[in-house]
Design a protein around this ligand. Structure first.
Ligand SMILES: *Cc1c(COP(=O)(O)O)cnc(C)c1O
Length: 372
């Protein structure tokens, strides 16, 4: 056995891990430590269903491990969505499942592809398994299917697509998702990340579930963190062909969803009234806020059209995103600035209550007028 006598020796990080910039979560405090209204993490301003809250309160025996297969939860999901429970896997947030999808199907020498200005976890997931992240150009902040297809190589193993997309809020209609799938080689896994899927109207179904039901290379992911308002419980799920689910089951944490999380999620699924209320309120406030931003077009402000529970506001005039970020913090609001993602000129603002959104629009209007 050889032993290092070098006293400076220490475990060395793998180079592909070293290339990862740790995920930067949305803030709830100002630079001075003051508590701000948090509109930086796309959480539901209405909280969660009272039934989910009651289920959480009931507890359970914390000395016992949770159901490793989340059987009752998968059955409840299957029933609501008209799926086969055997084709569902639950995760510690959909974040875990996105990482497992990359890890299960890509590794060193392989490429993981996604659009520019999409979810930052895709790059982390690619790097975590030693694969090479590849970014396709966007089309005015929206996902460009032709650009994605043009970026596919022999090494591409996984394509991630968030629909609606975070942080832009843009949405690809069904025909575009189908065109993307049709253009991909059969050995490439398409992951359709529907974290904001519940915010869409029924007529806006992007067809991801139907593709996942019919093909061997499509996985759809969903989460309880957004419209269901259970971000703190960390529950997500994915559906796809049995061999995809089998792959994820092999590498997931064996007890990856807590007992309380499973209970809360089941109760939340049972309260679709809360989901409907959240979708309606979000749509109204989002569109109203987008109109308020459109009225500031002469100051260089622009809202990227959003189908999600947030709006990406571009600052292309005298008022910069940094200045707006400061003015909003001054006014008591934390929103998301993503310069590390190539968006130094934009702020992603989660849709809050009417009063909050009117307040934010007013702060932005005052700030824009003050510099022009
Ligand atoms: C918020 C979000 C998720 C969900 O993350 P969880 O781990 O389920 O909380 C997944 N994808 C996108 C695009 C998101 O914005």
């Amino acid at each position: 056995m050889t032993q290092s006598n070098d006293s400076s020796a220490r475990p060395t990080m793998k180079p592909w891990i070293e290339a990862i910039h740790a995920y930067v979560p949305g803030k709830s405090k100002g630079s001075d430590g003051r508590e701000l209204t948090k509109l930086s993490a796309n959480e539901n301003p209405l909280g969660c269903s009272a039934q989910a809250l009651a289920a959480l309160g009931k507890g359970g025996d914390p000395a016992r491990y949770p159901d490793p297969d989340a059987t009752a939860l998968r059955e409840a999901i299957a029933q609501l969505h008209g799926l086969d429970a055997a084709r569902i896997v639950c995760g510690t947030g959909s974040d875990e499942l996105l990482n497992l999808a990359a890890q299960g199907f890509a590794g060193p020498g392989d490429e993981v592809l996604y659009a520019r200005f999409s979810f930052v976890v895709y790059e982390i997931a690619a790097r975590r398994c030693g694969a090479t992240p590849v970014e396709a150009p966007d089309a005015d902040y929206a996902t460009d299917v032709d650009a994605l297809l043009a970026a596919v190589t022999e090494r591409t193993r996984v394509v991630f697509l968030a629909n609606p997309n975070n942080p832009t809020g843009t949405y690809l209609p069904r025909a575009e998702i189908e065109r993307l799938h049709a253009g991909l080689p059969a050995n490439v896994l398409l992951v359709v990340d529907q974290a904001y899927g519940e915010y869409l109207d029924e007529a806006e179904d992007d067809g991801g579930m139907a593709l996942a039901a019919a093909h061997d290379n499509v996985l759809v992911t969903r989460t309880f963190s957004k419209i269901y308002g259970l971000a703190g419980e960390r529950i997500g799920w994915a559906t796809g062909a049995p061999h995809l689910i089998d792959t994820l089951n092999r590498i997931r944490g064996p007890f990856n969803v807590t007992t309380s999380g499973q209970r809360a999620a089941i109760a939340a699924l049972g309260d679709q009234g809360f989901v409907e209320l959240s979708r309606k309120a979000n749509g109204e406030e989002r569109d109203r806020f987008a109109e308020a931003i459109a009225a500031l077009g002469n100051h260089g402000l622009r809202a990227v059209p959003s189908k999600a529970n947030f709006v990406l506001v571009l600052f292309e005039g005298a008022l910069t995103a940094e200045m707006a970020l400061g003015a909003l913090a001054e006014g008591g609001y934390a929103v998301r600035h993503l310069p590390g993602q190539g968006l130094p000129h934009a702020l992603r603002i989660t849709v809050g209550t009417r009063q909050q959104m009117d307040d934010i629009a007013r702060i932005l209007r005052d700030a824009a007028r003050a510099v022009s």
